[in-house]
Design a protein around this ligand. Structure first.
Ligand SMILES: *Cc1c(COP(=O)(O)O)cnc(C)c1O
Length: 385
């Protein structure tokens, strides 16, 4: 069923009930294969790499939430991105936004280059500059907004207009926002990808990826790639994601409420040199983000002043956990230059502003006073006197 209000669609969208039994949750069809009633007589399923009812329910749900024609579920965000990049041919070039998930950079730099697919780092934040970077071999732009880890905002509509004039596909990694906060397809994206490991799953208990196509032609090609390369999401993990997505709205409301308070606290705290959060009116991406998204999300990056030792900061945290990943109910913190973005060479990191002092915070849904108290005591403990 389709619903106009996303809070309802999160819970009832896609295929949300079981026709046969009326079960209010989609059953976990833990099967690899399906009985055929005669040669060539299938009941809609033949083999679970090709199709599985639990995975299909998730795929229908994400397609509906993002406003596309078809969804595809994969074993990780990187498997989803890899399937999407497999649409291209040797000789094609992809422009990627200059702040992009480290793994996206790595798969292009170290894997797709073997197949003759190249990339250039593009200043998508600046549509006029982006326009000049479109050489005849460029076939797509792949962007994140807000982008990881400096939360830089790209005007998705402006970039999509320029890209479409030049015949490029627009691919948006919507992991940081989710369709609850931002719907890239309405802004002109042709394909949306997700690391569903993050907010969509929401509990740091499943690794998964999703892709959504906006045309039947792209959907057909992605279905072919998904079945041919085989990185599909298992039935149990598909069930966990459907379950996670049901509470996305209430979780994100609290994540964002806490993040806005945490960003204000950090911006006002004398030990903090710089805060990157598009939900702060003083942030350079604030205006554009406000036009295209519901709010600034719940990811914040910040830098401490020079007389603070960040190793000591990380070691002093008691509640906020030092870990890769983001988007779970618990607050997590990471050090992009040695963790999530370590696969990006140092000179490129420096060029785009990922300094060794940068700290990335995924604000959880714990009591905000507890989160702020922990940040405060860890920052204070990090001061070099
Ligand atoms: C984590 C992440 C990915 C990769 O997803 P996995 O599920 O870890 O493979 C891609 N893009 C963004 C923005 C991410 O945060």
């Amino acid at each position: 069923m389709s619903y106009d209000n996303i809070e309802t669609a999160l819970i009832h969208g896609g295929i949300s009930t079981d026709e046969r039994t009326g079960a209010v949750n989609v059953p976990i069809y833990q099967t690899s294969t399906y009985k055929q009633d005669g040669l060539g007589k299938m009941r809609g399923y033949e083999y679970s790499r090709t199709g599985n009812p639990t995975r299909e329910a998730l795929e229908a749900l994400i397609a509906q939430l993002e406003g596309g024609v078809a969804g595809f579920a994969f074993g990780s965000g990187m498997a989803a991105t890899t399937a999407v990049l497999s649409l291209f041919n040797a000789g094609d070039r992809i422009l990627i936004s200059n702040n992009v998930y480290g793994g996206t950079f790595r798969v292009l730099d170290k894997v797709f280059n073997h197949f003759g697919i190249t990339y250039s780092i593009s200043d998508t934040e600046n549509p006029e500059v982006f326009k000049t970077q479109i050489t005849p071999d460029v076939k797509a732009v792949f962007l994140e907004s807000p982008a990881n880890p400096l939360m830089t905002v790209t005007d998705i509509r402006a970039v999509a207009e320029i890209a479409h004039e030049k015949g490029l596909l627009v691919i948006v990694d919507n992991t940081f926002m989710t369709p609850y906060l931002q719907r890239p397809i309405e802004l002109g994206a042709d394909i949306v990808v997700h690391s569903a490991t993050k907010y969509l799953g929401g509990h740091s208990d499943v690794v998964a990826g999703l892709a959504v196509a906006t045309t039947d032609d792209l959907a057909k090609k992605l279905a072919f790639i998904q079945n041919s390369t085989g990185g599909v999401l298992p039935p149990f993990d598909s069930f966990l994601l459907i379950r996670g997505i049901k509470t996305l709205g209430v979780r994100l409301d609290r994540h964002v409420e806490n993040a806005e308070k945490a960003a204000r606290f950090l911006a006002d705290y004398p030990a903090v040199k710089q805060v990157y959060y598009p939900g702060l009116p003083t942030d350079k991406g604030y205006e554009i983000n406000r036009r295209q998204a519901k709010n600034g999300g719940a990811m914040i990056s910040f830098e401490l002043r020079e007389n603070y030792d960040i190793k000591r900061f990380f070691k002093s945290l008691k509640l906020v956990t030092l870990a890769e990943s983001l988007g779970g109910v618990e607050s997590l913190v990471c050090h992009p230059s040695t963790m999530t973005h370590a696969s990006i060479p140092e000179e490129i990191r420096k060029k785009v502003g990922i300094t060794d002092g940068l700290i990335r915070l995924s604000v959880g849904i714990e009591n905000i006073d507890d989160i702020l108290a922990d940040l405060k005591q860890a920052i204070d403990a990090a001061e070099v006197k």
